[in-house]
Ligand binder design. Structure first.
Ligand SMILES: *[C@@H]1O[C@H](CO)[C@@H](O)[C@H](O)[C@H]1NC(C)=O
Ligand SMILES: *[C@@H]1O[C@H](CO)[C@@H](O)[C@H](O)[C@H]1NC(C)=O
Ligand SMILES: *[C@@H]1O[C@H](CO)[C@@H](O)[C@H](O)[C@H]1NC(C)=O
Length: 527
């Protein structure tokens, strides 16, 4: 026995060396069951060269988030916003018992790719039994539909829209603070994800999915019938948040009322735009009302130029913060079918990646949860203002925290470079845990957010899977609205963008690492 120990160590060492990528050999790098801290076994060059194998490792671990009581509630099929993890071990602790339509959208986009037969999506959902992935998501989506239907019966005033919701009971209800209130932006994201979901169910018709497709179609049709009444005030005004007179009264009850909360309107050219397209294409609006939507939005679509540290000029669409959260709409609709949009958005990734490279930031910026206060085991708060101030509407920003998910818009153009950034961030101390990547880290390595969320994890996964714009395109073509979508999208961007500067600039890769300031990796995910 005495001699076994060193022999075993040696054997393990030999395996480790074999598994390690060696130079530029083209041997596959992925592992069937990669180690939790797999990112440290990959150099940047290896990620750039063997991106698909790196993706295989990533999906295996990100998929650990997708568990009952962590990412979702198996009883009612609903998502949870996320869960905290223990600062020392990395085990899941305090669950966020609520969710929103935007998280639901991520869940449904992910599941659409599973049903469409993506092996990568199946690896995320059930790596040990990829063939079982479809059955698993169908059963969740059956429960979710019933849950949405019960919510609609109990709270008919929402007309099918979802507020922030408490999702830990079988019957969901408006989360504290969301009684008689409903946000537009998140629901726009949900509608288009369900649109793509129905498409994939109808398309993959050999498994008896048609009843489920009909159920979801009835839900979406019903919801869209009410949306204009709930969110649209005419003259191009769409409420950011609508105040409902009484959520227990039906939409058509004479005593029911809807008005915008305060002066907040949804007219941004970013995520909120998904609502405008739904209204334009399916809202049964007059031509005047349709035109007014775009007239109201137009001032926000602004051309800007990025230039810093010898990089640029690069023509970009000015961001609100230029946060990596903002391009969300391109995951759901086929915006990149429009040449000028695809090129402007490609330029955005030149600016995003090169800005961090030349300013020596070890990662990318996006709105994200702040770090954990270790004393009180709480998340300090949410950081909205995180992006690139020089090309943003909002120039006051907090740039001490970076997040792996900010790489997703880059991944959509270039998986290799995008994932080189993702790797650079998760290589930081505590940035991998037993459920994959960790929410965020300080640039200076002094703290991380010991948290798992749909946003910070699954946006990246959905981007790796290519979004669902292709499914939306197919359905829009079948519905006869695709050409109109392209016409509007092209018209709006062509008004602002013509010749673009900087299209010959390469995307940048990370130039510095997150410093080691003595944080200890999670015990259940050590190198
Ligand atoms: C939602 O509830 C209303 C009012 O009870 C009902 O008429 C409608 O059919 C329901 N819609 C769906 C999709 O369940
Ligand atoms: C993030 O947390 C730090 C403490 O680590 C705090 O000083 C800072 O104000 C927080 N930032 C935001 C935008 O809330
Ligand atoms: C930010 O957007 C608002 C609303 O469109 C606009 O009035 C303001 O001028 C913009 N500011 C900058 C710096 O872009």
């Amino acid at each position: 026995m005495k001699f076994n120990h060193p022999v075993l160590t040696l054997a393990a060492g030999a395996l480790f060396v074999n598994a390690l990528p060696s130079g530029s050999s083209s041997k596959p790098r992925g592992h069937d069951a990669p180690p939790c801290r797999f990112a440290l076994k990959w150099s940047q060059e290896q990620v750039l060269e063997h991106t698909d194998d790196f993706i295989s490792d990533l999906l295996y671990w990100e998929g650990k988030f997708h568990q009952n009581d962590i990412a979702y509630n198996a009883e009612n099929g609903m998502s949870y916003d996320g869960s905290q993890i223990d600062w020392v071990t990395g085990e899941n602790t305090k669950k966020h018992t609520f969710s929103a339509a935007s998280k639901e959208a991520l869940q449904i986009m992910l599941y659409s790719r599973v049903i469409d037969g993506s092996p990568e999506a199946a690896r995320f959902i059930s790596p040990e039994n990829p063939k079982g992935a479809s059955g698993k998501v169908i059963s969740i989506m059956e429960k979710k539909l019933k849950t949405y239907q019960r919510f609609n019966e109990t709270y008919p005033g929402f007309g099918g829209a979802l507020p922030w919701i408490a999702t830990s009971n079988a019957d969901i209800s408006p989360q504290d603070g969301w009684t008689n209130r409903v946000p537009g932006l998140d629901n726009g994201e949900l509608w288009w994800s369900v649109y793509a979901w129905i498409q994939v169910l109808e398309k993959v018709d050999q498994h008896g999915y048609q009843d489920l497709a009909k159920g979801w179609k009835a839900w979406l049709d019903y919801t869209l019938t009410n949306m204009v009444k709930i969110f649209h005030r005419g003259n191009g005004v769409v409420c950011a948040v609508t105040e409902i007179g009484d959520q227990a009264l039906s939409v058509d009850d004479p005593a029911q009322t809807y008005k915008c909360e305060g002066s907040g309107v949804l007219n941004d050219p970013y995520e909120g735009e998904l609502v405008a397209y739904m209204f334009h294409l399916f809202g049964d609006l007059s031509e005047e009302d349709k035109d007014a939507l775009w007239v109201a939005k137009r001032p926000q679509l602004v051309k800007d130029e990025y230039e810093m540290g010898g990089v640029g000029p690069i023509t970009v669409e000015r961001g609100y913060w230029f946060s990596g959260h903002e391009p969300w709409k391109v995951l759901e609709l086929p915006f990149y079918d429009v040449d000028i949009i695809r090129r402007v958005y490609h330029n955005a990734e030149r600016a995003r990646t090169c800005n961090s490279a030349v300013t020596k930031v070890p990662g990318l910026f996006a709105s994200v949860n702040n770090i954990t206060d270790v004393e009180t085991d709480t998340i300090i708060g949410y950081i909205s203002p995180a992006g690139i101030p020089s090309i943003a509407n909002q120039t006051e920003q907090y740039l001490d925290v970076i997040t792996p998910y900010a790489s997703w818009p880059t991944i959509l153009f270039d998986k290799s470079v995008g994932l080189a950034w993702w790797r650079n961030m998760v290589a930081g101390k505590k940035m991998q845990n037993p459920f994959g990547s960790t929410e965020s880290t300080r640039v200076d390595g002094e703290g991380v957010s010991a948290l798992l969320t749909w946003d910070s994890k699954v946006l990246t996964v959905v981007s790796i899977l290519g979004g669902v714009g292709d499914l939306a395109r197919e359905r829009m073509q079948a519905d006869g609205v695709y050409n109109e979508f392209i016409r509007i999208a092209e018209r709006e961007y062509s008004m602002v963008f013509g010749d673009l500067k900087g299209e010959d600039i390469e995307l940048c890769v990370p130039s510095v690492q997150i410093p080691d300031r003595g944080l200890k990796d999670f015990r259940h995910c050590e190198a």
